[in-house]
Design a protein around this ligand. Structure first.
Ligand SMILES: O=C(O)c1cccc(C(=O)CC[C@H]2O[C@@H](n3cnc4c(=O)[nH]cnc43)[C@H](O)[C@@H]2O)c1
Length: 209
């Protein structure tokens, strides 16, 4: 029986839970804190949880989630590593400078969690600059095919992959990406949603098989 190392970005996401590790917000903070924890704590596996943005209908080929919806992230992509050019975006991979994905979650545990919660498994894009305009949201969703956007997913996935440690990512939608005023932000609802999902999984002893 192996419990995961529970990690999240911001204190608001983990408040009230039994001692999750706070990584900090963004790729750099998350990668550094995750790497340190992997080296010091040697977890058998990692469960990243938190809130996320969802790309609206029509912004890209990914699925459509609403504020308050819970999901599992099956594959992660670095969404904004590259060069913005006049007619689009050249990724690090297209430039021959490195991989931007996919970074694959633990398939078995992710599928079991999705079944247990009745939640979808979706693609995640990880960004440094969030999609706060419709143009940036369409560009990110279009080129990644992601359904949800976060600021830490791929960083945690990359650190875990480098250490050979499986990871699972549980998210609840706090907002739609794109024009901020139309984002429908509801952080309390998303925090309550992801914490409730986490507690349902823990009660079912999920992942400890
Ligand atoms: O104020 C804004 O317009 C704004 C837009 C996007 C994100 C934020 C955050 O404060 C994000 C903090 C936190 O939440 C995750 N998150 C939530 N929604 C999004 C999103 O639309 N795009 C990327 N990340 C998002 C993220 O993982 C951070 O940890 C504020």
């Amino acid at each position: 029986m192996t419990a995961p190392l529970l990690v999240c970005a911001a204190e608001v996401e983990g408040r009230g839970l039994a001692s999750p590790l706070y990584l900090g917000v963004g790729k750099v903070a998350a990668a550094v804190a995750m790497t340190r924890a992997l080296l010091e704590r040697r977890p058998a596996w990692v469960l990243l949880f938190g809130v996320c943005g969802a790309y609206p209908e029509g912004h890209g080929p990914g699925g459509r989630l609403d504020v308050g919806d819970v999901c599992l992230v099956g594959d992660e992509w670095l969404g904004d590593e590259g060069v913005a050019v006049d007619d689009g975006f050249l990724t690090l991979a297209q430039l021959g400078l490195g991989s931007v994905g996919p970074l694959m979650a633990d398939g078995g545990r992710t599928a079991a969690a999705a079944r247990s919660l009745g939640a979808p498994i979706v693609r995640g894009a990880t960004v440094s600059g969030c999609s706060g305009t419709d143009a940036s949201s369409r560009a990110l969703a279009g080129r990644t095919g992601a359904t949800v956007e976060t600021m830490e997913g791929a960083a945690v996935a990359w650190a875990c992959a480098a250490a050979g440690v499986p990871w699972v990512q549980l998210r609840c939608v706090s907002n739609r990406t794109g024009q901020r005023a139309a984002g429908g932000w509801d952080l309390p609802r998303a925090v309550a949603g992801v914490q409730a999902a986490l507690q349902r999984l823990q009660a079912a002893d999920w992942g400890n098989e």
